[in-house]
Design a protein around this ligand. Structure first.
Ligand code: PLP
Length: 228
């Protein structure tokens, strides 16, 4: 498997999708999702220019974090986060994508305060109200974000979602569109404890549709780290 070729191909498809949407070619953050990757494969991707990496399990993240040179890497935590695991990742990741409840927010805030940092987070949205998925239902997102104002060591940077798995990615379009609308609304409020920049949506099977609907942060696993 040639990771550099995979990455190159994904980057071309991203540029094409941005061009088709009339957007600037640098208006995107590509996160390589490493859950299927071994340390050597992650290093190959980093050597080929990948900067942002994402993991969805704390244990796996810590193993990989210890195994590789992180000096050029920005890590993202993208999976379900248990409160008792926050302490393991707080000083190692640049963005937590999966905030969806107040007890977790309080715990992140507590550890961020102790570490003297402001932790950037995204709020995860369960856009299609799927029982199997984490995230807040769309109507709870803005009230939830309002309740975070007193947590001074958290800064909300935007929203994340995992779209429903569908055969034709075009079918996920209404979900991406609803996310973009919510993102714009959130941004327009200019809450002082927020700095709304990132709309994290789009994975291997649907990232082009997500980009066409305004995603500016995509999370690609299989497209980079598995052979075709
Ligand atoms: C695994 C995973 C991805 C990447 O999925 P692919 O289909 O492999 O691109 C993105 N986001 C989250 C939260 C994931 O768990």
């Amino acid at each position: 498997m040639d990771i550099a070729d995979n990455l190159n191909e994904i980057n071309i498809r991203i540029k094409n999708a941005l061009n088709a949407a009339g957007r600037s070619e640098d208006d995107i953050v590509l996160i390589g999702v490493t859950k299927y990757a071994k340390a050597a494969e992650i290093e190959a991707a980093v050597n080929a220019g990948l900067i942002h990496l994402g993991e969805n399990r704390v244990q796996d993240f810590l193993k990989k974090y210890e195994a590789i040179d992180n000096s050029r890497i920005k890590w993202h935590f993208i999976g379900k986060l248990q409160r008792n695991k926050v302490k393991y990742i707080i000083n190692k990741v640049s963005l937590i994508h999966s905030l969806d409840n107040l007890p977790l927010a309080r715990e992140i805030n507590r550890h961020a305060l102790a570490s003297n940092i402001i932790m950037p987070v995204l709020v995860q949205v369960n856009i299609a109200n799927e029982v199997t998925k984490s995230g807040l239902p769309i109507e709870e997102v803005l009230p939830f974000i309002e309740t975070l104002y007193s947590l001074k060591n958290i800064q909300v940077k935007g929203l994340m979602t995992i779209a429903p798995l569908v055969d034709d990615p075009e079918d996920a379009k209404p979900c991406f569109r609803a996310m973009k609308q919510l993102f714009n609304e959130l941004k327009s409020y200019n809450y002082p404890h927020t700095d709304i920049k990132y709309l994290s949506m789009g994975m291997t099977n649907d990232f082009e549709v997500a980009i066409s609907e305004g995603s500016n942060m995509i999370r690609i696993g299989r497209g980079i780290f598995t052979s075709k």
